[in-house]
Design a protein around this ligand. Sequence first.
Ligand code: PHE
Length: 385
Amino acid sequence: MSTLPKLVDYSEAELDQAFKKLTAEMYADLENCNSESEAEAFRIKWLGRKSGRLTTIREAWLKEAPKEARRYLGLLFNNLRETIEEYAVSNVALAKGAQVVPVGSASTVLGRIRQREADAKLSAERLDITLPGLQRPVGVKHPVLRVQDEIVAVFKAMGYSVGEGPEVETDYYNFESLNFPPNHPARDTQDTLFIAGQDSRPARDRLLLRTHTSPVQIRTMEKQSPPVRIVIPGKVHRNDPLDATHSPVFHQVEGLAVDTNITFCDLKGTLDHAMKALFGSSVKTRFYPSFFPFTEPSADMQVSCIFCGGKGCRKCKFSGWIELLGCGMVDPNVFEFVKHNGYDSSKISGFAFGMGVERITLLKYEVEEIQLFYEGDVRFLEQFA
Ligand code: PHE
């Protein structure tokens, strides 16, 4: 075992030089250990408690060092110690599982440590440029939502604002304030899903899944005095069995305009413009007498058949027309419920309409079955991308 040189002045230069030598010596030892016993000999030589090299250094240099040199000396010493401890551990481990070693620098334990580090680095950075890239399909809006947004945009362009309301509604908003008196047969036209267990509540407070977006008419008028121009998109529920064109859950866009001197003419002009914006300028509209408790007069609006242009085909049952939405002039009885907020039917009037979004989407994209909108089949949906 080589002895330690004596230090003269403990200057940084002298210390640097001394530790450089020690480090070189340590690496040379490391290069030479190839077996478990050699690895153990390395450990004893450098880390041995009684006469290991580090202990000797501590005794010979650290204890003798003048105060000013101690910090720097300590630093170099700790550095060397940490390096040695690290190697001693992996050294023994590697030597124990010593495998067939390739030639060159990898023929020593240190060589193997370095080799292993380099291999790990390489495999972490491995990149197979022949693989195809990751495909990230771009999501798109669901066709129903897309058409709903389109309808809303058409009315926004005419100065309408957009509103919303709750899907779980009270009997009062869904029926009573829309002029469906309790037990009135008109309620039967909207097969309602009621929330269970509310028998102790007064009838008007009982909860149900809204059957249409019309309750938001009243909710809007309670909050806002006339004039009003609003569209309300949203989900509605009816106890309807699913068939090609009906679903128990579907979407509507409601519209309401209230002001002085609003006439049926405004209703017709507005809806005719909206249909042309949605289906193209050659589409025609017509209004057919109908009944809703909350409009008077009421109408069903029909559009000339999108498929045959009005000549008559299977889709329009050879009538040339397709029924699309309900509408009418707001019934004065409805205004009675919000009279306190400026809705005096001797001074103002209004119109309302409600359209089914799925129905319009079916027509626009010539889809045969409403179920396709809810099944979530990507092969169907990606056609709208
Ligand atoms: N709420 C009616 C329905 O769902 C449609 C409608 C809205 C009719 C507004 C007239 C006025 O059938």
